[in-house]
Design a protein around this ligand. Structure first.
Ligand SMILES: NC(=O)c1ccc[n+]([C@@H]2O[C@H](COP(=O)([O-])OP(=O)(O)OC[C@H]3O[C@@H](n4cnc5c(N)ncnc54)[C@H](OP(=O)(O)O)[C@@H]3O)[C@@H](O)[C@H]2O)c1
Length: 241
């Protein structure tokens, strides 16, 4: 299969290229052709150094999308609208995978009046909390917003929101994560299930139609908060029964 990664030069794009580039033709997409080619060469070297085959090239996002059957949107939430305006027509009749998580850092200041015990003025900073939160897109989720922007004739699947980029790109460690997959077309979802299974230590779980994507997307800021506040690294999810 040919897989384009829009924003493939970034953190999570690197992981997808290193994992799927061993078997599929991965085209690393970028706004700059030279940067895409440089990253493709860097990923190729990383795979070869680990003794793996590599089928990775680089190109501008629009060209990468038009040449592929599967297109991964690996850019930030705020960049989605302008990107789809630019490359939307190249996305017709493709399976699109959204990994996009709308999240931002918030600051909560608990003013002394709102806490039961009086806090000395010099301790008030203790009540200032930084944390990440889900943005709540008007359409319900990033995936539903992307779906509304895409031209007719493609299948959007929402997945991989909860996998930390650093672990995905680390070929030296064993992974042990579940990947929630949301979408309205079972045929497209099954192709994504297979792409998940091809990554050792990853298990795909069917979450439901695209409308369920907000539940999976909103887990990511929780994972980041857990990691930061408890001095953990690259936290993901695993469901047990
Ligand atoms: N990082 C993670 O652990 C992780 C995990 C799960 C899901 N995600 C999701 O994956 C997406 C990408 O995250 P990331 O951490 O990989 O992001 P990133 O490294 O900050 O950026 C990815 C790529 O976006 C491109 N880009 C930057 N500004 C842009 C603009 N204005 N317009 C178009 N493209 C632009 C850049 O590529 P060029 O400069 O080459 O064009 C960049 O390499 C996000 O939606 C995030 O929520 C991330």
């Amino acid at each position: 299969m040919k897989i384009a990664i829009i924003g493939g030069t970034g953190s999570i794009g690197r992981g997808f290229a290193l994992r799927w580039g061993q078997k599929h033709h991965v085209i690393v997409g970028s706004r700059e052709k030279g940067k895409a080619e440089d990253k493709a060469a860097e990923y190729t070297k990383a795979l070869k150094d680990h003794g793996y085959d590599s089928h990775i090239t680089g190109d501008i996002n629009a060209k990468a999308a038009s040449e592929s059957e599967i297109v991964v949107l690996a850019i930030r939430y705020g960049q989605i609208t302008s990107m789809i305006e630019q490359i939307g027509q190249k996305l017709k009749n493709k399976i699109i995978i959204s990994v996009v998580v709308p999240m931002e850092k918030d600051t909560c200041i608990i003013v002394p009046d709102s806490v039961p015990l009086a806090i000395p003025a010099d301790s008030r900073e203790d009540y200032k909390a930084d944390y990440f939160c889900y943005i709540n897109p008007p359409a319900g989720s990033a995936a539903q917003e992307i779906d509304s922007l895409l031209p007719d004739g493609n299948e959007l699947v929402s997945a991989f929101h909860n996998v930390p980029a650093a672990k995905l790109a680390n070929l030296d460690i064993a992974l042990n994560y579940d990947i929630g997959v949301c979408g309205n077309n079972m045929k497209s979802k099954k192709i994504v299930f297979e792409l998940v299974r091809e990554i050792p230590g990853m298990r795909p779980l069917d979450i439901g139609p695209l409308e369920t994507s907000s539940m999976v997307e909103s887990i990511t800021p929780l994972l980041v908060n857990v990691a930061i506040r408890n001095k953990m690294k690259d936290v993901g999810i695993k469901f047990v029964d």
